[in-house]
Design a binder for this molecule. Structure first.
Ligand code: EPU
Length: 448
């Protein structure tokens, strides 16, 4: 099935046979019943956090690019709308998960507040537009309410490259005569700032260096895309990205990496239900610390050859483990909420510290507590005391990863869990509920 993005008439309402409609209506809720051990083989989709930046990076080129393994999720639809608003021609072959984007007609540098507010990744439009056209006008980006999430690292470093910004009524206007390559230092390895600056630098002749860069696998995926476009990029010790850009970059045909966060969530679903699964297309090497913690819990985790494939065989007596979230290769903040759900039903006390976001514990902990989870929070730390059982009830998902935590908890709760706030789930995952159902989970969608 194809979705055509015709000018000013984007069909974000298209549905995909058998699964949750991507168009969200407030009347839908997810119903999760206590499920048997999940068993079988499951493939992960393309990574949300890689595909969004890759779509935007196509603004650096003029012509038609093809992206493969594109997840059919609401954020992808939003990003396609953003591109279309700028004048790109976009077509999504949903069945083949193939997105084609023609940027030849892009002239505009203004993104509407409506689309900017849909997701955090919209801020990534700044680098490509400044580099290609010398201008950008956008509202502050939206996204999950998991912390303040300022964009000061982006702005400060674009200023170092020669751009000036003007803020008025929540609208940011950026302009430059011509960005210049230079040496940039990030005070924190921000994923978005690294990606934004790297994209801008890719279209500049000369050498730009980003010190203390984020090196998340999704950043590496973007490096691969930019290299295919024609930029020369190397990663040097310690955490430095060196970009030798080019005045013109060419369109690409690129396959998006698999979603390590979806892989982590599926592994936890099997672990919690005391099941056994294989994810043949997941790379263990980009989930090292997370997989280490699964092993410490007592689960048997095996890796396939050539970094392809992860197998988990759950222990029937999972143990508590402690961890702190950190930039890659540390424990990913995006798996903290699902892991807390798993620790609610593990034996002992776990100590978790969230260091990436200042408000990323409360949204799911509050709901897990309603289900019987024994969790105390103080500042950036949570202590989870494992319990014998959780209990299904009405819960509200307030961000993407919170929604994953609540679905996982529902799989091992006595009775029925009803989750609202479904649009968060649909923003981040490509029919993950269907993948879980295929493994034996008892999940359904219900109209209210
Ligand atoms: N930060 C600043 N100033 C900045 C930029 C970031 O203070 O200018 C702070 C943030 O407030 C946050 C921390 O730095 O506390 C990390 O932010 P980062 O910039 O690294 O994150 P991001 O680029 O906004 C991406 C992912 C997030 C993921 C983080 C960390 C996308 C679209 N989003 O966000 O994914 O948590 O990196 O790995 O790539 C998710 O998928 O659920 C999600 C939130």
């Amino acid at each position: 099935m194809g979705i055509s993005f015709e000018k000013n008439n984007v069909q974000a309402t298209a549905t995909f046979p058998d699964i949750v409609p991507v168009q969200v209506t407030p009347e839908l809720e997810l119903v999760i019943e206590e499920s048997p051990p999940l068993e079988g083989e499951v493939a992960i989709s393309g990574a949300k956090n890689a595909v969004l930046v890759t779509i935007v990076s196509l603004l650096l080129t003029s012509g038609k690019s093809i992206l493969r393994n594109v997840p059919y999720s609401q954020d992808v639809i939003h990003m396609a709308q953003l591109m279309q608003e700028l004048g790109a021609l976009v077509d999504f072959d949903v069945e083949r998960r193939l997105l084609s984007v023609d940027t030849s007609m892009v002239q505009k540098c203004v993104v509407s507040a409506a689309i900017m507010k849909k997701m955090r990744a919209s801020v990534l439009v700044a680098g490509p537009l400044l580099a290609r056209f010398g201008n950008v006008e956008m509202a502050l980006p939206g996204g999950d309410l998991i912390g303040a999430r300022p964009i000061d690292f982006h702005i400060k470093n674009f200023e170092k490259m020669g751009a000036s910004f003007f803020f008025h009524d929540e609208i940011i206007t950026g302009s430059c005569h011509r960005l210049k390559p230079t040496r940039l230092v990030l005070e924190y390895p921000s994923v978005g700032a690294t990606e934004n600056l790297m994209m801008a630098a890719a279209l500049l002749e000369g050498k730009t260096t980003i010190i203390n860069a984020a090196l998340e696998p999704e950043v590496t995926d973007l490096i691969n895309v930019l290299r295919q476009m024609g930029a020369k990029i190397t990663v040097e010790f310690p955490a430095t990205i060196v970009i030798e850009g080019s005045a013109s970059l060419k369109p690409v045909d690129y396959t998006i990496m698999g979603d390590r966060l979806e892989a982590g969530t599926l592994l936890l679903a099997a672990a919690m239900t005391k099941g056994s699964i294989v994810i043949p297309n997941a790379s263990p090497s980009i989930l090292d610390v997370f997989l280490l913690k699964l092993s410490e819990m007592g689960h048997q985790v095996e890796y396939g050859a050539n970094d392809q494939g992860i197998m988990l065989h759950a222990t029937s007596t999972p143990r508590a483990v402690s961890f702190r979230t950190a930039p890659y290769p540390g424990f990913p903040s995006d798996l903290q909420a699902p892991m807390i759900a798993a620790l609610c039903v593990s034996s002992g006390i776990s100590n978790i510290q969230e260091t990436v976001y200042e408000n990323r514990l409360l949204p799911h902990v509050r709901e897990l507590q309603k289900m019987g989870g024994q969790i105390q929070i103080k500042g950036d730390r949570a202590w989870v005391t494992g319990v014998e059982a959780l209990y299904g009830t009405q819960v509200i998902a307030s961000d993407i990863r919170a929604s994953a935590a609540l679905v996982l908890a529902g799989l091992v709760s006595k009775g029925t869990t009803i989750m609202t706030g479904l649009h968060h789930w649909q923003r981040g995952y490509d029919a993950l509920e269907k993948k879980l159902v295929n493994l034996g989970a008892r999940i359904s969608l219900r109209e209210v």
